[in-house]
Ligand binder design. Structure first.
Ligand code: 13P
Length: 249
């Protein structure tokens, strides 16, 4: 059985007080669930967030990291610094990092390698833009994002990798991929992983869907056989909404 995950990507939201309050509410109200539950607050609040989740099943994860371990990289965060404060999972390749901060497949490949060298787990994000889908190129785009950043890896690496398909046109827009569109792409992703690494690995890898998942649409999307959970933006910022989504798994 592959693990199911519901992860909240808080992006650049919530100050320290709000971070503590949201986590406390989440921990208090969290239902019994077989899914792993993760939250990704901003860097500056990670350390406190780790303290706030102590004793609960919520894991604190990072939204990004640098590909080097130390050095003259002003403003950057090294993976070892994350591990040192108890953060062992990192989101890599989010479309906002790709679009606004110039992260390319080549750069992401380096980050993937560094995360693995540190023994970290990663949620690797990818997905097509609206123009790609309109042009019928969405499968090609997704395949090349996977190939360029992940296909050099040894098979053992895959136990550290969670994939997150996030079509850019569905992020923060209120427009979701339909459950059928999500399933179609997730099945394609699993086939692509099968072609590179074999069926055993492809069947074991958790593939999350992200893009305007809400309490009202979560269970239908999560009911699809190749959708193993979600990476949630806006709806992760309210405990009740996030819990509504967790209940959909
Ligand atoms: P929304 O849920 O706000 O569309 O964001 C999705 C996302 O980008 C999660 O990483």
């Amino acid at each position: 059985m592959r693990s199911k995950i519901v992860a909240g990507n808080w992006k650049m939201n919530k100050n320290l007080d709000e971070t503590r309050a949201l986590i406390n509410e989440l921990v208090q109200k969290l239902p019994e669930t077989s899914a792993e539950v993760m939250v990704a607050p901003t860097f500056v609040n990670l350390s406190e967030a780790v303290k706030s989740v102590a004793g609960s099943k919520v894991e604190v994860v990072a939204q990004n990291m640098h590909f080097e371990e130390s050095g003259a990289f002003t403003g950057e965060i090294a993976p070892g610094m994350l591990k040192n404060i108890g953060v062992n999972t990192v989101i890599l390749g989010h479309s906002e990092r790709r679009a606004y901060f110039g992260e390319t497949d080549t750069l992401l490949k380096k980050k993937v390698d560094r995360a693995l060298a540190q023994g970290m787990r990663m949620i690797f994000c990818f997905g097509e833009e609206l123009e790609d889908r309109k042009a019928g190129k969405h499968f090609d785009v997704v395949e090349s994002q996977l190939r360029n950043a992940l296909f050099h890896l040894p098979k053992e690496a895959w136990k550290h990798i969670v994939l997150a398909y996030e079509p850019v046109w569905a992020i923060g827009t209120g427009e979701t991929a339909s459950p059928e569109q999500a399933q179609e792409m997730h099945a394609f992703i699993r086939e692509t992983i099968t072609s590179g690494f074999g069926e055993e690995i492809a069947e074991a890898v958790t593939i999350l869907y992200g893009g305007s998942v809400k309490p009202g649409n979560a269970s239908e999307i999560f009911s699809k056989p190749d959708v193993d959970g979600g990476l949630i933006g806006g709806a992760a910022l309210k405990a009740d909404d996030f819990i509504g989504i967790i209940n959909g798994i």
